[in-house]
Design a protein around this ligand. Structure first.
Ligand SMILES: [Cu+2]
Length: 380
């Protein structure tokens, strides 16, 4: 079958953005299909929302088969021996699953995020209004280069960039807000179809996950981030005060479950695995939470973004551990336009978001979580 290449893009004029201080975004601002690219979209100041492209599992295989038979000639596989200084990571940080993380660790984590929200911006990510929004702005401005445009115009940097991004977030929490432990990860597949009951979405931690009201996303008014005001997004918009809002759709979250997981884990090539994750449970986790999270460009405005992406990185790491070659070889596309080959020397840019710990790096430095630039592992 032919792939639908449309991104779920919503272009609404700035004038039609409701008063976001007091009401949620109407759901109709998300999910309308317009056949425009992200580049086209960001050229228009009036763009205000971009949903994540979703493919149901049944369609993923057909679409990917189509894509990879078309583009096989462009793919390259670079193979090197691990040049990172092995042995430098004798004591990796261990990321524990949320439900195995202690109450005081959970509190310390959400409080450290709140600390970033309370800190002034660095000034290097204008017009971010606080240090937390520096991270949102980085994601917003790099968005066209770090996500696939469609199932036929992909960049396979997505998993690597977001691995680096959540790691940078952890360093900032530690260095600037005194967080002194490893991050938790979130076993999202346990909560497929019942995200609203998940133990992260409670008044103690990330706040409740409400359903839509009058067809609009709802401001989060409990939890650590109750009443949080964001200035970035939807889409590329800036200086646009609005509340942190969510609108759960459990018909979408159900698709983040074991079925999608098994489908992606059975992929044997990096690009094939990558596409499966990006377009299934990654996209469905975002769109299932809804509101800010359903916005492909400014979704880090919802702190639950990081829990979702920790699950995505966990999946990536778990897949890598099934075959040692998956930490020493790479293939696929480095950009979502011409499919320049992704190699071990392709650069990944992170905007020095965590200072000297966050230089722009090569793929080879980011591929293994226990050598190169990183030293962490997951506890299951
Ligand atoms: Cu992203």
């Amino acid at each position: 079958m032919k792939a639908s290449v449309a991104l779920f893009v919503s272009a609404v004029s700035a004038a039609s953005i409701p008063n976001l201080h007091t009401e949620g975004l109407p759901l109709s601002t998300f999910g309308q299909v317009h056949h425009i690219s992200i580049e086209d979209a960001i050229a228009k100041l009036d763009l205000s929302g971009t949903n994540f492209t979703i493919l149901p599992i049944s369609e993923v295989k057909a679409v990917l088969d189509d894509f990879f038979s078309l583009s096989e000639g462009k793919m390259s596989t670079a193979s090197v021996s691990n040049t990172a200084a092995d042995g430098n990571c004798a004591n990796p940080d261990i990321r524990f699953e949320w439900d195995n993380y202690s109450t005081s660790d959970k509190k310390a984590f959400v409080n450290a995020i709140q600390c970033l929200i309370n800190k002034p911006p660095s000034g290097k990510f204008a017009p971010a209004k606080n240090r937390y929004e520096d991270l949102v702005r980085l994601h917003q401005s790099y968005s066209p280069n770090i996500h696939s445009k469609s199932t036929t115009q992909q960049t396979h940097k997505f998993l690597l960039w977001h691995r680096y991004y959540v790691w940078a977030f952890e360093q900032i929490l530690r260095d600037e807000c005194g967080f002194d432990r490893a991050m938790p990860w979130w076993d999202e597949k346990k909560w497929a179809g019942k995200f609203a009951q998940a133990t992260i979405f409670t008044p103690e931690y990330f706040g409740s996950l409400p359903g839509p009201k009058n067809n609009a996303a709802v401001c989060v008014n409990d939890g650590t981030f109750a009443g949080l005001q964001l200035s970035l997004g939807p889409g590329m918009s800036t200086n646009n005060p609005h509340c942190l809002q969510r609108a759960v759709n459990e018909q979408t979250t159900v698709q983040t479950g074991q079925n999608a997981w098994n489908t992606c884990m059975s992929r044997t090539s990096y690009p094939d695995f990558h596409s499966c994750v990006e377009f299934t449970f990654h996209a469905q986790g975002h769109n299932g939470v809804g509101g800010v999270m359903a916005d492909a460009i400014a979704s880090p405005g919802d702190p639950s973004f990081f829990m979702h992406h920790l699950f995505v990185d966990y999946a990536f790491r778990k897949w890598q551990l099934d075959d040692p070659k998956r930490t020493t070889t790479i293939s696929g596309c480095a950009d979502n336009q011409n499919c320049a080959p992704l190699t071990m020397d392709t650069m990944v840019y992170i905007g020095n978001i965590c200072g000297e710990k966050c230089p722009d790096l090569k793929v080879r430095d980011l591929l293994n979580t226990q050598s190169g630039h990183f030293c962490y592992r997951y506890n299951y």
